[in-house]
Design a protein around this ligand. Structure first.
Ligand code: MSP
Length: 516
């Protein structure tokens, strides 16, 4: 079985994650589930990034030790991932002992081989991002990543000789066009970071101590990005000298899924660290766009007071409605927006009208006209053939979209077939056929075709809406896994139950308004 190792970025345990951070876990989950559906031996890793100055500051504000603080936030994050049905194989924490031990060994190895040296750093520092920034990277005098003020800082520090690997990295990026995706992100990396030339990277700190200590110089803690990035290898058995069979099996990763703000760390620093460790590079780094909030398309932030949390949304709308919205509405390379209004509209128009209605109408008719039981009577006309070919084309269409990680387009392809199936009901008018005894076989064939369409669509919906998919397959009571129209199927359906309830938009908006 071919393996597929997929990772998300590991979330900071600085505070409870909002729906924007959660989006990434949902996106990765849908890809992991899709690959499982296609028969891959998937290993899906996610987790938390628990060290650094900002986290230590938050802990002290909360009157807790850093460890107590990260334990609380980590639990909250994992609970949200579980609530959203994130099917991770491993949830890693950078405070795990094994991770800490291996990071120390990696640091020592890089120091011993001369890639890391000790020096003094003076420069502009962004505290929230925990990174020094060069003059040329400033945007309007502010941090290019978070837009906040930077200040002058100076400290004794260890440095990594990035420049030594610059040429090799450039060649690698040139020869592996699939490495950085989407294309626009690759150009950004080349033009903004590689072309101006890489400067040596400061990889230790002495100004705080909540981090992994450099074991041969314990005044220093390892720079949080060197600590965080290595999670991708330390947790699958990399141990510097003794490489385990698990590591050999899963590395290199097939996909690192990260937000566009941190693609730089994953496509410049991370590959260079790996080159220095003499390890192969991940096959692909995909920088997804952001989920912005509200009509003004703002980045969610606590200070703006516009943060929404996945668990609140789930309480209001249910897990799959939220998964559907974020997976469908966030375009492949541009930022997407979430508002309550749009969310309710989508639920009503797509999940209730298209999906829910089709399943409910079909199962109700099978109950009503055939006492639950249907086989294929093989009465075909042009309109049936066209539906069947739509069902059979889905397999290839979805693979084509998913191979480019175009999740929204894959969902669209499924909903196209669902929409066509609703239209097919209007065209074939089963309630008219039901009035004519001579049309019984035709009626049964029509309902059979609809059940097959629902079955195949439900299977393809599994990566995106896992609970709903299970619920549909349970209701049609058929667990044939074939991804095409199967003329030999036999159905004995159960009673229909509502998949998604229509939401009264004005009423719900007023209710949410009062709550806030
Ligand atoms: N800890 C680092 C990642 C280290 S990976 C070795 C980090 N953490 S984070 O909590 O700030 O972000 C986690 C992920 O969520 C990142 O990939 C980030 O881009 C993503 N997102 C943060 N805000 C987001 C949105 N509003 N929308 C979509 N993704 C968002 O960065």
């Amino acid at each position: 079985m071919e393996k597929y190792y997929i990772t998300t970025a590991i979330a900071y345990t600085s505070s409870k994650p909002h729906i924007g951070n959660t989006y990434e876990a949902i996106l990765a989950d849908s890809i992991a589930r899709y690959k499982r559906l296609r028969g891959y031996d998937v290993y899906f890793q996610t987790g938390t990034d628990e060290h650094g100055e900002k986290i230590a500051q938050n802990a002290s504000l909360a009157g807790l030790t850093p460890q107590e603080y990260v334990d609380n936030v980590q639990r909250e994050i994992q609970e949200i991932w579980d609530l959203m049905n994130i099917s991770y194989d491993k949830f890693v924490r950078t405070s795990d002992n094994n991770h800490k031990k291996v990071v120390q060994k990696i640091f020592k190895k890089l120091f011993d081989q001369g890639d890391i040296y000790k020096g003094k750093y003076e420069g502009l520092y962004c505290t929230p991002c925990e990174s020094f920034i060069t003059e040329s990277q400033l945007v309007d005098g502010k941090c290019p990543d978070c837009g906040r003020d930077v200040h002058l800082a100076s400290e004794e520090a260890y440095f990594f000789k990035l420049s030594k690997y610059q040429k090799r990295l450039e060649e690698y990026i040139l020869n592996h066009p699939e490495f950085i995706q989407p294309e626009s992100r690759k150009n950004e990396m080349i033009n903004n970071f590689l072309k101006p030339g890489l400067q040596d990277l400061c990889v230790s700190r002495t100004s705080f101590d909540w981090g992994i200590k450099v074991d041969f110089d314990p005044e220093h803690v390892v720079y949080v990005w060197l600590d965080a990035l290595t999670n991708y290898i330390t947790n699958i058995g990399y141990d510097v000298n003794n490489t385990t069979s698990e590591f050999k099996k899963y590395w290199p990763a097939d996909l690192h899924l990260v937000g566009k703000d941190i693609i730089r760390f994953h496509t410049i620093y991370w590959p260079i660290f790996l080159m220095a460790l003499d390890l192969p590079l991940p096959k692909q780094v995909f920088g997804h766009p952001w989920l912005l909030f509200g009509k003004n398309q703002e980045k969610m932030s606590k200070s703006r007071g516009n943060v929404i949390y996945a668990d609140d949304l789930v309480r209001q709308f249910g897990v799959d409605a939220i998964r559907y919205y974020v997976l469908h509405e966030i375009p492949f390379s541009n930022d997407g927006t979430i508002t309550y209004e749009l969310l309710i509209e989508r639920i009503n128009s797509d999940l209730v009208n298209i999906l829910g209605n089709l399943v409910n109408r079909t199962i109700s008719m099978v109950n009503k006209y055939f006492n639950r039981e249907i086989t294929n009577k093989g009465v075909y006309s042009d309109v049936d053939a066209s539906l069947i070919s739509e069902i059979n084309n889905l397999d290839e269409k979805i693979e084509e979209k998913m191979s480019k990680l175009e999740i929204g387009a894959s969902i669209d392809a499924i909903f196209d077939v669902l929409r066509k199936s609703n239209k097919y009901i209007d065209e074939t008018m089963p309630w008219v056929l039901a009035k004519d005894e001579n049309k019984r076989d035709q009626l049964e064939s029509v309902l059979f075709n609809l059940l097959e369409s629902i079955r195949v669509c439900a299977i393809f919906l599994k990566p995106f809406l896992p609970d709903t998919s299970d619920n549909i397959l349970f209701q049609i009571n058929n667990f044939d896994e074939s991804l095409r129209y199967n003329q030999n199927n036999h159905y004995l359906v159960l009673n229909p139950s509502i998949l998604f309830y229509r939401i009264d938009k004005e009423k719900k908006l007023a209710e949410l308004e009062n709550k806030n």
